[in-house]
Ligand binder design. Sequence first.
Ligand code: PMP
Length: 432
Amino acid sequence: MSTNEQLFDRAQKVIPGGVNSPVRAFRAVGGTPRFIARGEGAWIVDAEGRRYVDYIGSWGPMILGHGHPAVLEAVLKAARDGFSFGAPTEREVELAEEIIRHVPSVEQVRLVSSGTEACMSAIRLARAATGRSRLIKFEGCYHGHADALLVKAGSGLATFGHPTSAGVPPEVVQHTTVLDFNNIQQLEEAFAAYGDELACVIIEPIAGNMNFVRTSESFMAWLRELCYKHGALLIMDEVMTGFRVALGGAQSLYAQRMQGFVPDISVFGKVIGGGMPLAAFGASRTIMAQLAPLGPAYQAGTLSGNPVATACGLATLHEIAKPGFHEALGERTRELVDGLKAEADAAGIPLAVDSEGGLFGFFFADALPHDYASAVAVDKERFNRFFHAMLDAGVYFAPALYEAGFVSAAHGQAEIEHTLKAARAAFTALRT
Ligand code: PMP
């Protein structure tokens, strides 16, 4: 049996940083990443046989936990029928129908293989539909690693953003503007300055990539209004929130509070693939008609709508569409964050918590943040110590304080109790 350390040494020789996606490397928190051998319900088991309550769930997809029997059966059956054909299959149609059934703003979807691809394609679609180039994104929101989206704010509203990654030429991001999340004044100024050149605004309706930060209702209402007024398309990136915070995604929560609220384009990923590479973007039939082969906007994929991935996604969606699923998931998640808060209070450690459906965040701070600056102005050192104490006690939270947490339907009373017991000891240790 190899240890995590031995595997990490081996990995670093052949894979940059030893990982295939940077946050897995534990750079933010230090220490050796756990190499996961298998998952069982709400638990993951590492190469050394240690068990952890899993609050990452593959960063969102595993909403039913690991190895759900109905999903497993659907995947095995699909695999026996063939891995990939590069020709249409009935299951793609079924999955598209299922997504549309739950998300009324979407009349058609196109399936792709990752959230990055879906966001990149959604932006191309918005540009094609409007004939405009400029886009607005918000600091702290992540929409995958397409060039035009790896951007941080420039020095003023009218200036261009700057690339946040080497290998992204400034010219490639010259049409991207980055604004502060939840800042209505900046939004108004930006629309006044170049609203009529805007193709789209892309936003995470609840940001899960700067821990967990909600949009204020007034901000979202203004954003929607300004987009309508200036003919810019509103893209909701629901890769993380879709089918997780509610069956109809975060947009359904806004629609409950704001009559007629709909985004123009929606992006999904994670849960709709149930752990297989699958994502989607969708909109009205008119907007989607821009896409090849109907329209001039090119978009394609060898493995798009993959038969095994769609089987996994469909089986997952069937389970989560059962009555009461999200209510129960939301209650369990609330129990977790309220419990964490109570343990932190008892130990005299400031902690702010929030959750919606099966998505949650906790902050070593007195109050919940409202933008990127306040989300990162927390006690990092405290977080890192807490993270390792919990990991040692068999609880696997995201290895970075900028990430949201995920609860699955497999998380039961026993897992919550295990977590809160570990948290009690970890918070107490933080006092010293
Ligand atoms: N959008 C959001 C909101 C995300 O959280 C992510 C991934 N965490 C992406 C897009 C990119 O998805 P993927 O990693 O599948 O490319």
